[in-house]
Design a protein around this ligand. Structure first.
Ligand code: S3P
Length: 175
């Protein structure tokens, strides 16, 4: 019943390690909607991994590709709405954020830095976490990005509690 009332894509935003992909996947399952991970779509389109794209072309190029891929995912005319997990930096880009806010129901999953550090682990593949202390990098990025994330109309705290709890809170918010 709930899924039938959802007429726009559901987009999850928030820092790396906040659980966008895993909660997004579960949310899609519960609502019986398709799930897409924007990072995976970018890798598919580029035929390269994200670290390879960063290394070969740099972050601005990646952000532009990310914007185009998300724009395409949001268009999806006539199809059932989808649950879309975005990369942590997508919503910081003015154009990408504008598109998402205009066309989707946006949900910010907010985790504290300690939880983020725990979830991203030690040997992370993410280019932005290379060459520094992950906790410090995440703390700095979070303070820069939170003002953007807070433009999302829905915020759900994604703490250390089991993800089913977070999923429950998301479902309550969109009901
Ligand atoms: C990034 C987050 C990553 C990925 C890229 C850049 C970021 O996605 O898009 O490494 O700028 O925060 P996740 O949030 O899924 O880790």
């Amino acid at each position: 019943a709930l899924a039938r009332r959802i007429d726009r894509p559901l987009v999850l935003v928030g820092m790396m390690g906040c659980g966008k992909s895993s909660i997004g996947r579960k949310l899609a399952q519960v609502l019986d909607l398709p799930f897409v991970d924007a990072d995976e779509e970018i890798e598919r389109a580029a035929q390269m991994t994200i670290p390879e794209i960063f290394a070969a072309y740099g972050e601005p190029y990646f952000r532009d590709g990310e914007r185009r891929v998300i724009a395409r995912l949001l268009e999806n005319p006539g199809a059932r709405p989808r649950v879309i997990a975005t990369g942590g930096g997508a919503f910081v880009n003015d154009q990408t954020r504008g598109l998402i806010l205009q066309r989707a129901i946006t949900i910010w999953l907010d985790s504290d830095v300690e939880t983020l550090v725990e979830r991203v682990g030690r040997k992370d593949h993410r280019p932005l976490l290379r060459g520094g202390d992950p906790a410090e990098i995440l703390r700095n990025l979070k303070s820069v990005r939170d003002p953007y994330y807070s433009e999302a109309p829905i915020k759900v705290v994604s703490g250390k509690a089991p993800q089913t709890r977070t999923l429950g809170k998301v479902l309550k918010e969109i009901d």
